[in-house]
Design a binder for this molecule. Structure first.
Ligand code: MN
Ligand code: MG
Length: 664
């Protein structure tokens, strides 16, 4: 009777709180999931737990900042996982991919220690402590090549499935492909029902990765493997899983929760994937977001509160171990087959925000830390030690008044990376420019809030200082006219300057420095006598004004109709800062790598970098005027080297800043 009511309640999508209240009313502990509390003789409660996008995070540690943090780490997620195991009889833990790359421990293994046959990768060492049932392969697993991946996967004590990547070229149809991994696996398990009786069940798992891997890791994959469309592959393999006796089918979709409308080759395919007949639940990832959760509200077919896609349970467990995804199934056996009588979805966090601070909700599991401790220590040594040299100091003290080395290095790395990814695409051959802004440029951050890395050895932990945010690389394709408008928006950081007047304040404090994009690859001058064309919020305010003059590419004036590729980050390409025309409509590349990782790779591959600013932008002299600005007092030692502008220290400024003037 109670069970019947509960099932009806599920049909009405009753809230989890009401369910817990129902459980509490029976006198059982509230933590016990109602499916466990009420499962009848022919019913079994199965809990599917997910980790996803771990990106080599085992310790709760930020290797770039070289400090402990409470927001990441499989050692913490493991506490949630073991908590669920302690409270329920039937559990399965899966990993949804992107475990192999994405923090300095991954780089340490890839660039320093290596991954020979027989070596154990630290992320696998951590995962092996947790009795994973199965995993899938994410796009980042291909970053270091197929041999590296093979040697890594060989150490895992759980199988991997992947249904849309084949060796060599594709066959006429998916089931004819020579698969790189087994496309699916059916795990034979025993579940205990509500009366304590054991029943066999066959749970099928099938894995998917974005087919974009063929572009993102072209240098490793071209000629070796081929990728297929996710939905096409699912439609081919899921019926075979059912024929082979799978009672339920779970998709391990290393693909985000994207558009409801299917398009061939789509990267974030979990919504149309969930609609494929025969799939019962979808574990998702790749987006580095949380499902159920607000980030996915309003997508057709998606219930972001209940955690369903096309009515089927789904989850996304954040990233870097931030969450454990959880799908609870109430399975019912009618004498011939298992059906799903009820389901709930969750994503449980390892930390929470309290008064603008991250507070841990769980402690680490010691055995997982111990399994990885030696590689953790080696990674600490690695991030603190020189991995390359810089022939110029990397500082941002004068980033708002002159071309600057801390911005230059970001653009050099972005141009290098995006230029490579354009090869073989329809944009191959277009000039690649790069936009980057100073992130640490004093302001409200105070007089010490600047990038300051001395010339000489450069360590990985210094890269955090060059690139504060875990943004990812993107690129847009735009016209010369749009490049100019981008720069007009940036130039709004300056106050209008009058000829013949001394000591005019140069910088508008309401304009954030992270929106002061410098575009590298073109040269230009900024005419400060003109009013700003755009407000700091990106509204057109002086349509006829123009501060950007002498915009040149390759020694000739930029043709307004010429096409350019501009490397940037997900913030700007997503429309952040409201720059004119810059947004998803002009985005041609959403790269999988963080800008920070690209800078590290650039430094490691180059050995010595030369980020000397090339003064590609300067001010047009303003007749008889001078302007003033403030910077950190530690910038004094670099002042003489600033090119393209005459700066002069004029004493102390406000609140610990140092004051400078520019005479034209
Ligand atoms: Mn990822
Ligand atoms: Mg991914």
């Amino acid at each position: 009777m109670i069970v019947r009511n509960l099932r009806n309640a599920f049909d009405l999508r009753v809230s989890r709180r009401e369910l817990l209240t129902a459980a509490g009313a029976t006198g059982l502990v509230a933590a016990l999931h109602p499916f466990s509390a009420f499962a009848a003789a022919n019913q079994a409660h199965l809990r599917l737990m997910e980790t996803t996008d771990l990106h080599v995070h085992v310790f709760p540690y930020d290797y770039y900042g070289d400090r402990p943090v409470d927001t990441v780490g499989l050692a913490r997620t493991a506490t949630l996982i073991r908590g669920v195991r302690a409270e329920a009889t039937n559990t399965l833990l899966v990993d949804n991919g992107d475990f192999l790359q994405g923090n300095p421990m991954g780089d340490y293994i890839a660039y320093e220690r290596g991954m020979k046959a027989g070596d154990l990768h630290p992320i696998v060492a951590g995962m092996n402590q947790l009795n994973f049932a199965i995993g899938t392969i994410g796009n980042h697993e291909f970053n270091y090549g197929l041999e590296f991946l093979d040697n890594t996967v060989a150490g895992a004590d759980f199988p991997m499935v992947l249904a849309n990547v084949a060796k060599g070229t594709l066959a006429a149809s998916p089931r004819g492909d020579d698969m790189l991994y087994e496309p699916y696996r059916i795990l034979e398990r025993t579940v205990v029902d509500g009366d304590g009786n054991r029943h066999p069940i066959r749970i099928g798992f099938i894995g998917f990765v974005p087919p974009q891997i063929m572009n993102w890791d072209r240098r490793h994959l071209e000629g070796n493997v081929s990728a297929r469309d996710i939905v096409e592959s699912a439609k081919a393999w899921v019926p075979e899983m059912k024929e082979a006796g799978a009672d339920i089918v779970v998709a391990l979709s290393h693909s985000g929760i994207g558009p409801a409308t299917y398009t061939e080759g789509m990267e974030n395919a979990s919504v149309p994937l969930a609609a494929v007949e025969g799939i019962d639940a979808v574990m998702t990832g790749h987006h580095h977001l949380v499902f159920p959760g607000d980030a996915f509200a309003g997508i057709d077919g998606v219930d972001a509160v209940a955690g369903t896609i096309h009515g089927k349970p789904a989850t996304m467990g954040g990233f870097w171990g931030s969450h454990m995804g959880l799908v609870d199934l109430l399975l019912e056996h009618d004498g011939t087959a298992w059906t799903i009588a009820g389901h709930t979805s969750e994503a449980r966090p390892i930390s929470e925000r309290v008064e603008r601070k991250n507070v841990a909700l769980v402690e680490s599991q010691d055995d997982i830390l111990e399994a990885v401790r030696a590689d953790h220590e080696a990674t600490l040594a690695y991030v603190r030690r020189s991995v390359g040299k810089t022939s110029a100091p990397l500082h941002s003290y004068f980033a708002l008044v002159a071309d600057d080395p801390s911005v230059q290095i970001v653009s050099q790395a972005q141009t290098w990376y995006v230029g490579d990814l354009m090869k073989g695409t329809e944009w191959d051959g277009l000039p690649v420019l790069s936009a980057a802004a100073p992130f640490k440029a004093g302001g409200r951050g105070g007089p010490e809030y600047y990038t300051d890395v001395k010339a000489g050895d450069i360590a990985i932990k210094n890269v955090a200082d060059l690139y504060l945010y875990p943004n990812t690389v993107r690129a847009v394709a735009i016209t010369g006219a749009q490049v100019k408008e981008w720069l007009e928006m940036s130039a709004g950081i300056f106050n209008q300057v009058k000829p013949g007047m001394a000591d005019q304040p140069l910088i508008n404090p309401d304009f954030p420095s992270y929106n002061f994009d410098v575009i590298d690859g073109v040269t230009y001058r900024i005419d400060l006598t003109q009013p700003a064309k755009y407000t700091p919020k990106g509204e057109l305010q002086n349509a006829d004004a123009g501060r950007i003059v002498d915009l040149m590419y390759d020694g000739a004036p930029v043709d307004p109709d010429q096409r350019f590729v501009v490397a940037t980050n997900n913030y700007r390409a997503g429309g952040g800062g409201n720059f004119p025309d810059i947004g998803p409509a002009v985005t041609i590349l959403e790269a999988p790598d963080t800008n920070r990782d690209v800078i590290v790779r650039y430094i490691v591959e180059r050995g010595t970098i030369n980020p000397s600013a090339d003064a590609n932008w300067t001010f047009v002299p303003v007749e008889g005027a001078s302007v003033v600005f403030e910077t950190g007092p530690a910038g004094q030692g670099y002042a003489a080297d600033v090119r393209g502008v005459n700066i002069e220290a004029t004493g102390d400024g406000e609140e610990g800043f140092a004051r400078y003037s520019i005479r034209f």
